[in-house]
Design a protein around this ligand. Structure first.
Ligand code: PMP
Length: 305
């Protein structure tokens, strides 16, 4: 991903893609204190638009606040940077990666006094869990790794170091031939995927773990909650057990990268009819209508670049 043409926004400047480099003594590289976002831009009839740009930027700044990092850029500057990166790379639809991190002035555990940096890159990225998975559903397994406990790391911050847990869970699941992991919280209740929130449909009601299970407060999760309300679907946020999932009619993941991805099998148990369910398909359709600018009600979620 590093040896290619293009532009990356780095600390307020647009730099050539190959020159967007940091020093090996970068504090965040050693101790993992940094925060990032995953954002997507989509093609709409009015041109390319970043989906829920303000919400992603606010979550980035909230993550930094939780980590006691003072980001030297305002929300407005970070929003402008993201739009600029999409334009500069001539992308019609893409994934964006903003990141804030601590510099290399010194390397004790305490980062006090080190400079805070920021960058934004963007590139084309199709269906995160595969085009086939989007239509037919994916296969997932319960991870042997628990999701972070809410008082061990900060689960509402999208921090760099939180993702070691996600990487372990994802590698375990994919090494075992599954598409993705489902992490339980430290009490054994279902929490989320390695990079996705989880939903369950049973008897026409949509369930999702409440955030006390340590799942990230996903922006796509929130979008799905709006869609459910529009579709007249009842939503319940509560503690969910594995066996409630096993006997569900449908399951699906939500996430910026994963969008709305159906789950057809969980721990080798077929979910519902073993394919994308009708409720999931409706929600998925509504999601793509919104992000592609076909639903005027949510035009305010689209930031034209
Ligand atoms: N949980 C985790 C652990 C994630 O990494 C993500 C992706 N950001 C999500 C949930 C989904 O969040 P969002 O819909 O905001 O992308």
């Amino acid at each position: 991903l590093d040896d290619r043409d293009g532009k990356i926004w780095l600390d307020g400047q647009m730099v050539d893609w190959r020159d967007a480099k940091i020093h090996v003594l970068t504090h965040t590289l050693h101790y993992g204190c940094g925060a990032f976002e995953g954002v997507r831009a989509y093609e709409t009839a009015a041109g390319t638009a970043v989906f829920r740009l303000q919400d992603h930027t606010q979550r980035l700044l909230n993550s930094a606040k939780i980590l006691r990092m003072k980001v030297p850029f305002s929300a407005e500057e970070l929003n402008a940077a993201q739009k600029e990166v999409v334009r500069a790379n001539g992308l019609k639809s893409c994934y964006l990666r903003p990141l804030v991190w601590i510099g290399s002035e010194k390397l004790g555990v305490s980062p006090k006094g080190n400079r805070i940096h920021a960058m934004v890159a963007a590139w084309s990225w199709g269906a995160y869990l595969g085009e086939d998975g989007m239509k037919k559903g994916i296969r997932v397994r319960t991870s042997s790794y628990a999701r972070h406990h809410v008082n061990i790391t900060m689960t509402q911050a999208k921090t760099v170091s939180n993702y070691t847990n996600s990487i372990l869970a994802n590698m375990e699941a994919t090494d075992d031939g599954y598409d993705e992991a489902v992490l339980l919280d430290s009490s054994g209740f279902v929490s989320e995927g390695s990079g996705e929130n989880l939903f369950v449909v049973k008897d026409g009601t949509v369930y999702t773990p409440d955030l006390s299970a340590g799942a990230l407060n996903g922006i796509t999760r929130n979008t799905v909650l709006h869609i459910c309300e529009d579709l007249g679907l009842k939503v319940v946020q509560k503690r969910i057990t594995r066996d409630e999932c096993y006997i569900a009619d449908e399951m699906f993941f939500s996430g910026t990268a994963a969008e709305v991805t159906p789950i057809r099998e969980y721990d080798r148990i077929q979910i519902g009819a073993g394919q994308r369910g009708p409720v999931t398909e409706k929600i998925q359709g509504a999601f793509f209508d919104i992000v592609n600018g076909r639903n005027a009600k949510y035009a305010h979620w689209l930031a034209q670049v």
